[in-house]
Ligand binder design. Structure first.
Ligand code: IPM
Ligand code: MG
Length: 341
């Protein structure tokens, strides 16, 4: 299996290196490492060099660390931004479905800022539309104003709705802002149509995005699959991550059409404040590699093994600083390897 590694910026290289050590324990992978984000801007002036894109298109899967950091922060529309690398890659690979599972591990129930009885039983999946909406609409800027356009087409909404209905075990909650936005009213109608025509047995409910932000904290265990457009999904998945105690724990998979490579990455981002200190939590990247094994390679036994090794590592009490402990990246990786023996 040919895996392209895109370590990227900040703690990205540290968590990706940790994860390849773990992957090597469960399989035989050929890695090719390429530049993306700020690292690629520094080397190439371009956050998504052609070589990187070509390698990803030819790969079986892509494992990404993180992109971005204060060094490249700018509000100048003419300057390249690291995030353009990731967004360009998502678009070029057609990765329209972003899956972000949120399931607090038993060992971490007390690490969450929410009370244990609120979060116990939470097992939800955010299905975020990833290649449309305001992220990819027309953008304009002049001296006196700026525009970000939000647009969705029927096929874009239909295909993500199918992903959500297929993943549902209890129900689908479609999140929008149909009381304000035209794209949301359209989204709602299309999702209703997909449910009625293809998944009549799966209960479907609609929830406004602001209310969802509140309900996620008030009763997270009531959710099953949340399907939503790009920007709401971005925000709600960060919020949902905190249910697990740390955004350092949340993995993700971004998938396109059958047969095309998926992209697997932790949700936490580049964490420039702790980069290079060897204390980043590698577990979300290891769990993203588990999603790669399951969704990319159909190796569910190996995926289960990784997930249970992470689980047992935490049960043993290991905690990196984001979880209130003082374990290093290396110690966390060693502990996972130990549990894979
Ligand atoms: C994410 C990130 C990205 C996004 C950034 C880095 C462009 O926040 O994957 O959630 O907004 O999609
Ligand atoms: Mg985000």
């Amino acid at each position: 299996m040919n895996v392209v590694l895109l370590p990227g910026d900040g703690i990205g290289p540290e968590v990706v290196a940790a994860t390849t050590r773990v992957l090597d324990r469960v399989g035989d992978f050929d890695y090719e490492t390429h530049l993306i984000g700020g690292a690629a801007i520094d080397a190439d002036g371009n956050p998504l060099p052609d070589r990187t894109l070509a390698a990803c298109e030819a790969a079986d899967a892509v494992l990404l660390g993180a992109v971005g950091g204060p060094k490249w922060d700018t509000t100048d529309p003419a300057k390249p931004r690291p995030e353009q690398g990731l967004l360009g890659l998502r678009k070029a690979l057609g990765l329209f479905a972003n899956l972000r599972p949120v399931k607090p591990l038993t060992a971490l129930l007390d690490a969450s800022p929410l009370k244990r009885d609120r979060i116990e039983g939470t097992d939800l999946l955010v299905v975020r539309e990833l290649t449309g909406g305001i992220y990819f609409g027309r953008k304009e800027r002049n001296a006196d104003g700026a525009i970000d356009e939000c647009a969705y087409t029927r096929p874009e909404v239909e295909r993500i709705a199918h992903v959500a209905f297929r993943a549902a075990r209890r129900k689908v909650t479609s999140v929008d802002k149909a009381n304000v936005m035209e794209t949301s009213r359209f989204w709602r109608e299309v999702v209703v149509g997909v449910g009625r025509d293809t998944y009549p047995d799966v209960p479907l409910e609609h929830m406004l995005a602001d209310n969802t932000a509140m309900q996620l904290i008030a009763r997270p265990a009531d959710f099953d699959v949340i399907v939503t457009e790009n920007l709401f999904g971005d925000m709600l998945s960060d919020e949902a991550a905190m249910i697990t105690g740390s955004i350092g724990m949340l993995p993700s998979a971004s998938l396109g059409e059958e047969g095309r490579p998926g992209l697997f990455e932790p949700v936490h981002g580049s964490a420039p404040d702790i980069a290079g200190r060897g204390i980043a939590n590698p577990l979300a990247t290891i769990l993203s590699a588990a999603m790669m094994l399951r969704h990319g390679f159909g190796s569910s036994a190996e995926a289960d093994a990784l997930e249970s090794a992470v689980d047992r590592t935490l049960q043993d009490g290991l905690r990196t600083p984001d979880l209130g402990g003082d374990a290093t990246t290396d110690q966390a990786t060693e502990a996972v390897l130990e549990h894979l023996k």
